[in-house]
Write a protein of this length. Structure first.
Lengths: 137, 395
């Protein structure tokens, strides 16, 4: 069976600030990042949909020790965001100095753009990842 | 299924970067295990071995075949297991399954790793390979970062002020270091006995809120265990340690585990399998070597296995309930944080510790007197792999 929404298609769309996900034709659940089977009912009857990328921060960390080759990015903040569409997604948070992140971040509303990781010698190319900033009040 | 016993164990010291190869390290552990078992290399029917990053640390793939040949186990089937930090627990579990099934009578299981040899930058990069490479690593996730995310989520979900949680976590590390200090096989043997909460909190930040002393070190080391059928065990030793329950489960990327977090479903499934097979409950376990790659990981693990109520493990540690003489003795080896984390060898090293404890053969000050039932808990990646083993004194 053909893979409905590949990483490459997902990443290329994200580079245009479009977040693609999969909507289940059987149970309506949204799956993102894309998979072969619905995250809720495991159906493979899925259609590609555009998501808004808004949501709220569920947890965070400021990273000070980076993987080899990414030292010049530190410190940076990673968040897990619960999208309004349901799934949680990992990305980076801008708009705040990583040294100033506190528990007050949890629950904050954010919106999504993107940033490209150019890749390293192990990564089989680059990838766009979600970049979150605070929703304007 | 047949009963399966551990009849011999061996382990190198877990250490910082050192010059022995992965094959040499494993050969030392395996030869000790064979000697204890009163077996010769020709008696071993198969080798099941954990090794995670030998491709990166030494440029050595398929290390298990070279390890088998090196110790004189010529031409036996040799399998490598890669489940990140749970690799050698997978190997031991599979060895158990094959012996229990009757296919083999005598299997050597274990693991070897040179995680420290890689150095922190490469080790940090390669450990991050156990997160999702497409959908998580681009954000710069690291292994400490995963547990840092869980630490903040734990504080939020259970309503524990972060400063309070950080103090509790510091006390978890202090208990680990206390026993690592007494364990000659530990990476931090003879070190850090004077660690204080202030020293933990003021060590440098790795991934907030986790500081250096909330984190395990990268270690080099190897461990090996010999598993046999009950009939064979009775001929070899008067102190067999039986594996009475095993469990294993998997999970997808951390973000896909979403609303279940900070609980890790794979552990709850895996430990339930092990308890069910063994016919025991969490309160029957005298000693547990659990996967404390980070201080917060200890709390999550102890709750996932049912030792303490969700959200209460920090208090349990503070009150000594997780210490020798408490409700359950957790990580009297020093655990991953102080004994060390030679990832492909860590699970087999936990089995080594439990067997030595049940035999009453560890150093004074960290022996759990009269322990009869012990358990191991090994987590790979973001709970992508989770293995639990329950062992019982056979005499």
């Amino acid at each position: 069976m053909e893979y409905k929404l590949t990483f490459k298609e997902y990443s290329e769309a994200l580079k245009k600030n479009i977040l693609l996900g999969l909507k289940c034709k059987d149970c309506s659940a949204i799956t993102v990042p894309p998979k072969m089977a619905c995250r809720s009912c495991t159906s493979t009857k899925l259609e590609t949909v555009e998501l808004k990328g808004n949501g709220k921060i569920r947890t965070f960390t400021a990273v000070y020790v980076a993987p080899e080759g990414r030292e010049n990015e530190t410190p940076y903040t990673i968040v897990l965001v619960e999208l309004d569409d349901g799934p949680w997604i990992m990305g980076n948070l801008i708009d705040i100095d990583p040294s100033e992140v506190t528990m007050e971040l949890i629950g904050k509303r954010v919106r999504m753009t993107h940033k490209v990781f150019p890749g390293d010698k192990y990564s089989a190319g680059g990838a766009a990842r979600p970049l979150f900033s605070f929703e304007k009040q | 299924m047949r009963k399966v016993a551990v009849v011999g164990v061996g382990e190198t010291r877990f250490s910082g970067a050192q010059e022995k190869t992965e094959v040499e390290l494993f050969a030392e552990a395996a030869s000790d295990a064979l000697k204890e078992s009163n077996l010769k290399p020709k008696d071993i029917q198969a080798l099941f071995m954990g090794n995670v990053l030998g491709d990166f640390s030494e440029g050595q793939g398929m290390v298990q075949s070279f390890a088998a040949e090196n110790i004189g186990c010529f031409n036996i089937p040799a399998n490598r297991y890669e489940g990140a930090c749970a690799s050698s627990s997978m190997a031991v579990r599979d060895a158990f399954v094959w012996v229990a099934s009757g296919f083999y009578d005598i299997v050597l299981a274990g693991g070897t790793e040179r995680a420290a040899t890689m150095g922190t930058p490469l080790a940090t990069r390669t450990f991050a390979m156990f997160s999702d490479s497409r959908y998580e690593f681009p954000s710069g996730i690291t292994f400490p970062g995963v547990f840092a995310l869980l630490a903040h989520l734990y504080a939020a979900n259970y309503g524990i002020p972060l400063e309070r949680l950080r103090e509790q976590l510091a006390k978890v590390s202090i208990q680990s270091y206390k026993y690592g200090n007494l364990n000659p096989k530990a990476h931090f043997y003879g070190k850090y006995a004077d660690l204080t909460v202030d020293k933990v909190l003021s060590s440098f930040m790795v991934a907030s809120p986790l500081t250096l002393h909330d984190c395990c070190p990268f270690s080099d080391g190897a461990a090996a265990v010999v598993l046999t059928s009950e009939d064979v065990a009775k001929k070899l030793t008067n102190k067999p340690v039986y594996i009475i329950g095993v469990g294993q489960a998997s999970s997808g990327p951390l973000m896909n585990q979403q609303e279940y977090l900070p609980r890790l479903r794979a552990r709850e499934i895996s430990s339930k399998q092990a308890y069910s097979m063994a016919g025991v409950k969490p309160q029957d376990i005298d000693i547990c070597e659990l996967h404390d790659c980070f201080s917060i990981a200890s709390l999550i693990a102890a709750e996932g296995m049912g030792f303490f109520e969700f959200g209460t493990s920090g208090e349990a540690w503070e009150k000594g309930k997780a210490d020798i003489g408490g409700q359950i003795a957790i990580n009297p080896s020093g655990g991953l944080k102080a004994k060390g984390h030679a990832i492909g060898a860590t699970g087999a090293g936990q089995v080594y510790e439990i067997v030595e404890q049940l035999r009453g053969e560890v150093e004074e000050g960290r022996q759990v007197e009269g322990a009869k039932i012990g358990m191991t808990d090994t987590l790979g990646g973001e709970a992508g792999t989770l293995v639990n083993l329950i062992l019982q004194r056979g005499w």
